[in-house]
Design a protein around this ligand. Structure first.
Ligand code: RNT
Ligand code: ZN
Length: 423
């Protein structure tokens, strides 16, 4: 067990070290407290959901591993989420998918509406958190030849348009009931495995379908807003993806919606963090992020405190973009305890935010403005070994969550008493 006096002693020293640089650790702690993460429910059950769990996962995304203790029911999943959230400092949101509706009746995706998410709303109220939504455009037989909203077949398109419309009603219900905006994230796997002849028509069909979905302007943006997630390619659609980045960047801008940037959806050498400031100044309403870790490809590994993540959080903090950005997590790993996956990814994201906040940002901007690149490099390099971990520990302590590796003991207890008993 970490001793709290040690945490406090280390924090006092860290506070002074940062103060020498003109950095206020108390201010950073307060700033971090305000940042909500949108924690994806699907890490808890390998994206099976409750609507058609027998159906295989499609859409070119995949989960590997079979660590025991997977959540199989709504109660098991929310119990596990509760456990994970209790180990992550601060107050957050949970993101669900159409697949996670809780209903006694057999309902198809396009029939699932707000009433089928009452379970989640009641739970979220109990937890005091918000909910985000995602219409599911996969794991369903109407994902036909890898097409949904851009399908050449009208009945397939119409089906998915209804799913999209329903998701808006559900997201609006979340926002209204929980008193905070629910982001409704659209990702469609549509595309071709091999070289297409016609690259234009599928995109035109996609635009029409999306416009049809968002046509009803009666939803209050206080409650819900749509976000659109592009992708370079997916497994099975290597040659052409209808919803590319440029496609959704332009769609979001022209429709006054959010653009979703998933850290795994770009070429591995691209710097995702460089995109935020190339979008927002053009009138971009805001961003949704899917923080993920692509290992060689869009592999959806658990997020860790790595350079790619630090670049993302530095840009958000230094360029003052936190107010315009919804930070969601999107990864799935079944080779480890699924609760620990959530905890590692969420805590890593918060740590990276905190480290970015603990910097003499104005001073560095000033140096840059006067071409003092020597100072910029020297200071940012030294900052890397400043005692930010001591501030992080203090943040955990103040938020009543375990410090250091102590959270792992709790997960071990929980898996022994709860998760391993499920099998
Ligand atoms: C897929 C997208 C999408 C999904 C989730 C389940 O490549 O990243 O966001 O991972 O909606
Ligand atoms: Zn994503």
């Amino acid at each position: 067990m970490v001793k709290s006096e040690n945490v406090e002693k280390a924090y006092q020293t860290a506070k002074e070290r940062y103060a020498e640089l003109g950095v206020d650790t108390e201010k950073a702690i307060k700033q971090l407290e305000k940042v909500k993460l949108s924690v994806h429910c699907w890490q808890g059950d390998d994206l099976n959901g409750f609507v058609n769990p027998e159906q295989e996962l499609t859409g070119g995304i995949g989960v590997s591993g079979n660590y025991p203790g997977i959540a199989r029911t709504p109660d098991e999943l929310t119990d596990d989420l509760h456990e994970a959230l209790s180990l992550v400092p601060g107050s957050h949101k949970v993101a669900v998918h159409t697949l996670y509706a809780v209903t006694d009746k057999k309902k198809d995706f396009d029939e699932i509406g707000p009433e089928d998410f009452k379970y989640w709303v009641d739970w979220a109220k109990k937890e005091g958190i918000g909910l985000d939504m995602n219409p599911s455009f996969f794991s369903h037989p109407n994902l036909k030849q890898n097409f949904t909203l851009a399908s050449p077949e009208k009945d397939i398109r119409d089906f998915w348009v209804r799913v999209g419309k329903q998701s808006r009603a559900i997201s609006n219900y979340f926002g209204k009931e929980l008193g905070q905006q629910s982001v409704n994230n659209f990702w469609m796997p549509d595309g071709f495995k091999d070289n297409p002849i016609d690259k234009l028509s599928p995109r035109l069909r996609m635009i029409d379908a999306l416009d049809e979905i968002i046509k009803d302007g009666s939803y209050d943006e206080k409650n819900t807003i749509e976000a659109f997630e592009g992708k370079l390619f997916g497994t099975g659609v290597e040659s052409y993806t209808v919803g590319s980045h440029e496609f959704y960047d332009n769609y979001a801008l022209t429709r006054d919606k959010l653009w979703t940037i998933d850290a795994g959806h770009f070429h591995p050498t691209e710097d995702v963090s460089d995109k935020f400031t190339a979008f927002l100044p053009f009138g971009g309403k805001g961003l949704m992020l899917h923080v993920s870790r692509p290992v060689r490809w869009d592999s959806d590994h658990v997020v860790i405190f790595d350079e790619a993540l630090q670049r993302i959080t530095r840009s958000l903090v230094r360029d003052n973009l936190l107010d315009k950005t919804n930070i969601g997590l999107d990864f799935f790993d079944a080779t480890i305890n699924r609760i620990s996956a959530w905890v590692v990814g969420a805590r890593a994201t918060q740590k990276a935010l905190l480290q970015a906040m603990l910097a003499p940002i104005e001073d560095l901007k000033e140096a840059e403005l006067h071409f003092d690149f020597t100072k910029r490099l020297a200071v940012t390099e030294e900052l890397k070994s400043y005692p930010f971990g001591a501030v992080w520990d203090e943040f955990c302590l103040r938020n009543n969550v375990p410090v250091g590796t102590d959270w792992l003991n709790e997960v071990r207890q929980y898996e022994k008493n709860v998760q391993f008993k499920r099998n």
